[in-house]
Ligand binder design. Structure first.
Ligand code: GBH
Length: 476
């Protein structure tokens, strides 16, 4: 049957539907699920989660060394002492990336390898390691995106993020790194996930250093976090050679309109702006919005002259870590006009209890960020999931659940690009199973399985899937 006959037959037998409703829905005609031509595909990792070698080549201790070695803080007493041993096996890891066909890789620098005491004398051997990694990536045709702080704060900095000086120490370190790496690195990310290294670390206490501060204390820590970002962004620009871009990787809490109508969309937008007031909203607007200051009252952060302009330093890109949604509805019965809809015990989730599945958050995260703040460029700096990974008798991990999760989220990112939002790249979390913070090695997020006894890496079925998606530059 030729195409014209097929179309005629298809229309004639259109199951009783009128020609008008089937006009662009001829059965068997795939919709366009491709990504923009120059879309960048990558994987992400972080220093403490993969490197190991915590006592090598002059590395100073970080708060995560201290925390993970404190009994009761991490599942099974696991630590990052060895992790994936990437400090020694980075060439093997870069070979995995090359085999996937990625063009970009998001990695982080361990601040305490460069400045063992957080500030002062730099450690050349630490810098040499990252030079080797970056040169090997470039030789493999992969562009590094470098995160300067992914939670492994030098232990030597007194008071950690409670101390305003830490923000200045970060800026000095960020400027130093930009000076050393920007001949080869085009993209710097200041900090990873403000809410995690502030709230989870200093309020909830489940991340290092494990404190439970009262409201005024945590608001001050948050302020130092966004200040560090702003000072760091300025320092990168001041020391960078060439056309260096700087941005942030934030785990903004995103709200999905429970029904896609204008009233619920407006509610989701308002909720996203208000709930992130002390983080991305402050950075994109250069001020703390009134609803946050009113709610904080006497516990509001102490802000010095010039801080808000620093915090609001314009960025070249905003990168988002997107995992899980909060559904929200418009609610005229409450003053703020929106009410989040709680997850239920039976709501679908992945292997980590917090990782509720809601793929629409991928689309709405991109769209709401664009509409609220109009960033020049957007990336997804992390997306992925834990699954109950096991190797079968043949030594394979056919992780269909992970493929399900990724395909659904990527379908929504594809929608965002098709609707014209400026999303330019995607970093899958993670290249390989690694040290999952307070969950230790009990939760696996990799598309390569890591046997932590032998350090053998095995591609999961999801790695094969991702490789095919990259090859086609389309959902598969
Ligand atoms: C990101 O965090 C991190 O950037 C990355 O390092 C991490 O490995 C990855 O995602 C996967 O988690 O136990 O219920 O109190 C995502 C943010 C931080 C969300 C820890 C869940 C624990 C919540 N996650 N948090 S809970």
């Amino acid at each position: 049957m030729n195409r014209r006959d097929f179309v005629r037959t298809g229309l004639a037998t259109g199951a009783g539907l009128s020609v008008a409703t089937t006009a662009n829905a001829i059965a068997g005609t795939p919709i366009d699920r491709s990504f923009p031509k120059d879309f960048r595909w990558g994987c992400a990792t972080a220093s403490y989660q993969i490197e190991g070698a915590v006592n090598e080549d002059g590395r100073g201790a970080s708060i995560w060394d201290t925390f993970s070695h404190t009994p009761g803080k991490v599942a099974n007493g696991d630590t990052g002492d060895v992790a994936c041993d990437s400090y020694h096996r980075y060439r093997e890891d870069i070979a995995l990336l090359k085999n996937l066909g990625v063009g970009v890789y998001r990695m982080s620098i361990a601040w305490s390898r460069i400045f063992p005491d957080g500030r002062g004398q730099p450690n050349q051997k630490g810098l040499d390691y990252y030079n080797r990694v970056i040169d090997a990536l470039l030789a493999a045709g992969i562009q590094p995106y470098v995160t300067l702080f992914h939670w492994d704060l030098p232990q030597a900095l007194p008071g950690g993020w409670q101390n305003r000086d830490t923000a200045h120490a970060f800026a000095d370190y960020a400027g130093y790194m930009a000076g050393k790496l920007s001949d080869r690195v085009r993209h710097f990310i200041t900090v990873n996930e403000l809410r995690c290294f502030t709230d989870l670390s200093y309020q909830v206490g489940i991340h290092a250093p494990g404190l439970k501060l009262p409201p005024a204390g945590i608001n001050q820590v948050r302020h130092h976090g966004v200040l560090a970002h702003g000072l760091g962004a300025q320092a990168v620009r001041a020391h960078a050679k060439g056309d260096t871009q700087v941005g942030i990787a934030d785990n903004t809490s995103f709200f999905v309109p429970v029904i896609e109508t204008s009233e619920h969309i407006a509610a989701a937008k308002k909720a996203t702006r208000e709930d992130n007031a002390m983080f991305l909203t402050a950075i994109m607007e250069g001020r703390y919005i009134d609803s946050y200051l009113a709610a904080a009252g006497k516990d509001a952060p102490k802000v010095q002259a010039g801080d808000m302009a620093t915090i609001g330093t314009p960025l070249d890109f905003v990168a988002l870590n997107i995992y899980t949604p909060t559904y929200v509805k418009a609610d005229p019965s409450v003053p703020r006009g929106w009410t989040p809809l709680p997850h239920l015990p039976q709501s679908p989730r992945m292997a980590s209890p917090w990782l509720y599945v809601g793929p629409e958050v991928a689309f709405w995260g991109v769209r709401l960020t664009s509409e609220l703040w109009n960033p020049k460029s957007l990336y997804i700096s992390e997306n992925g999931c834990s699954a109950d990974d096991v190797l079968d008798a043949q030594g394979r991990d056919d992780d269909a659940d992970r493929i399900m999760y990724l395909r659904n989220y990527l379908g929504q990112f594809q929608r965002a690009t098709a609707e014209g939002y400026p999303l330019h790249g995607y970093f899958l979390w993670s290249l390989m199973d690694n040290f999952e913070w307070a969950d230790g090695y009990t939760k696996r997020f990799g598309i390569h399985y890591v046997d932590f006894k032998t350090q053998q890496r095995t591609p999961k079925l999801s790695a094969q899937w991702y490789k095919e998606l990259i090859r086609r530059n389309a959902l598969v």
